[in-house]
Each structure stands twice: as structure tokens, then as C-alpha cells.
Design a protein around this ligand. Sequence first.
Ligand SMILES: Cc1cc2nc3c(=O)[nH]c(=O)nc-3n(C[C@H](O)[C@H](O)[C@H](O)COP(=O)(O)O)c2cc1C
Length: 343
Amino acid sequence: MVRVMQIDNPWDVHDYDFPVEESEEHKLLFMLNYAVLAPSGHNTQPWKFKVEGDKVLVFADRARALAVIDPDDRELVMSCGAATFHLWVAARRFGYNATVSLLPDPQDADLIAVVSLGGRQEPTLNENKLFEAIFHRRTNRLPFKPQDIPISDLESLASAVEAEGAMLDVITGSEKRKLAELIAEGDRIQGGDKRFRRELAAWIHPSRSQSRDGIPGYSAGVRDITSYAGPFMVRTFDWGEGRAARDLELADGSPALLVISTAGDDQMNWLKAGMALDHLLLLAHDYRLSASYLNQPIEVEHLRQSVGELITQGRVPQCILRMGYGRDLKRTPRRPVSEVLIP
Ligand SMILES: Cc1cc2nc3c(=O)[nH]c(=O)nc-3n(C[C@H](O)[C@H](O)[C@H](O)COP(=O)(O)O)c2cc1C
């Protein structure tokens, strides 16, 4: 096995350190520092990687599953799709015509994808922009400015989602209200569920925590001092009604709500949805747009059906985002590549 390039914090990776003279395995190990910067549900980072010659095998790490909010590992697989897309973008940035093969082994459901380096090919301007966005993309849970998003930008985002095999519905104006009410209903159900609260609390950390995963208080818009009480509050009280009121306001006040959907509802579709989500988020950053998630009605089965009927016309909803112009935020922690590498 080749030695892992020791970058303790993957956010500290620099493209000028790319090991040009080294083997393809070394190059891929270096690129994994970008893959792990992808978003993931509760920042669980539920992935593992194995480097074999000029390929990376991307595995789902189901030990990091969220049994209550995500009993079928749907969002877990989407998160692995996002990491796979990040890795592909990095490979393109460093001049490889990389290819991605999704679920290549029908006998191994944990093998999510194989990314192969391929021959040399210069990245396009747009691919370089996606790469730059890897460092700046954040989940932004704060309110957005009341400023409309240009239609042409929304159309480009929809094309990015379609390029990965999923679909995008964009909801603006008064149409947002119906979806916002389903989101609020999801909040009430989840906030009233002790098991849901306990699971979420386990992944929320005080802002100054040294933890390499989970959601730090600052990322949820909580001040440093208050963040120490966060896990206790989340675990103990039924905050469903309060969250519902806040999310109604956030949804109403955001220029657009976006729903990513797929034709079916199996691992392949979840994977495509995850790649589409990541493509959308990176491109959105290039347009200086921020996003955060309002997935609650997708995580409650009967509400998911309502979203399908109301918004996605029978296609299966996989992710709900609100989008707009927000302010810059601190980044959330990541585990080093050495922790997610299969020797
Ligand atoms: C598939 C998926 C589902 C997510 N669902 C939610 C959600 O329902 N609510 C939320 O606040 N964040 C959600 N997130 C965002 C993660 O919490 C976030 O990506 C993670 O904390 C890392 O932070 P970052 O995106 O700022 O890097 C989701 C992310 C992914 C990839």
C-alpha cells in the first residue's frame, strides 16, 4: 500500500501540493481530500474509500447510518453520491478524463461507485469553477436576502440536476406556501418524536468541540455559549411547533424552494439524486447562491407522498432545499482521509 499523504484537516488541502511526479495511487489519495469535503446527512461522513491502481472504490459506511431519520440508508447513499461527485470534480481539475461507474457490483450493495482516472484531458472553465466551489460551499441555515434568483441561473441548476439523471422542480412566489406547510407538519412530527430527537442530539456538538464529524452549534446558527446546551435541549424538549413556525418563515422568506426527484426509489436513484444534489450545490455557489435543507416531509412517509402529488407529479422526491443569497459561514469539520481509507 502507498503511504497516505498526511493532511490532518482535509480543508487545508492545496491544489499546488498535487503530487504531479508520483504514482496514480498517490494522486488519487491526494484527491480524496476533496471527496471528503462533500456534504452528508448530520455530517456523518458515511463513506470509505479504497484506492486500487488508477481507481477509487467508494463504499457506503453503514456503521454511520441514521436509523431513525433514514431507516433505509437513502440519505446515506445520497451522501456517498455527493462524495463521488466531489471526487470526480477533483479528478477533472487535475486533468483526468475520469469516469464514474455507479453500483458496479450487483453482489455488493456497499460498493457505491468506482471512479477511474482515465486519460489526460484539460478541465473546462465550468469544471474549474465547480472545483473552486468545493472550498466555499456550506449548508446555510440562516435567513436569505429577499432578492430574486435570475431565471437563467435556475435553469442552469435544473440542467445540472438532469445531467446526473434526476429532475428539479423550482417553486417560487405564493406556490411555496403549500410545500412550506408540509415542511412545518414534518417538523411537528419529528420534533414530537423522542427517538428522532435523541438521534439528532447525538450529532450536534458545541461550537468549540474538537469533534471531526457532526453539526457544530455555529453551523445551526447558535451562539458559542448557547451551543453547549444544544444537545440537551434538542434531546429533551418537543420543539416541533417552534421549529415549524421558524421553517414556515424561512421557506416563505427564501426566494426559491427546490425539490430534487427521481424516476424510482432504489439505491441507483438515491445515488443519482446525491450526485445531482452535489452538482447543483457546487454550481449554485458559483452563482453566489446558498442553500439549506428542508427535508422533513421527505423523511416522513405519508408526507413524502403528498410532496410527490403536489410538486413532483409522481416522480419520487429525494431532497428539498431553500435557496437564496446569504452571508458567508464557517466550515464544518471533516475526518482526515486516513480515517476513511480501506488499506
Ligand atoms: C443527503 C443529505 C441530507 C441532508 N439533510 C439535511 C436536513 O434535513 N437538514 C439540515 O439542516 N441539513 C441537512 N443536510 C446537511 C448536512 O447537515 C451538512 O451537509 C453537514 O452538516 C456538513 O455541513 P456542510 O454542508 O456545511 O459542509 C443534509 C445533507 C445531505 C448530503
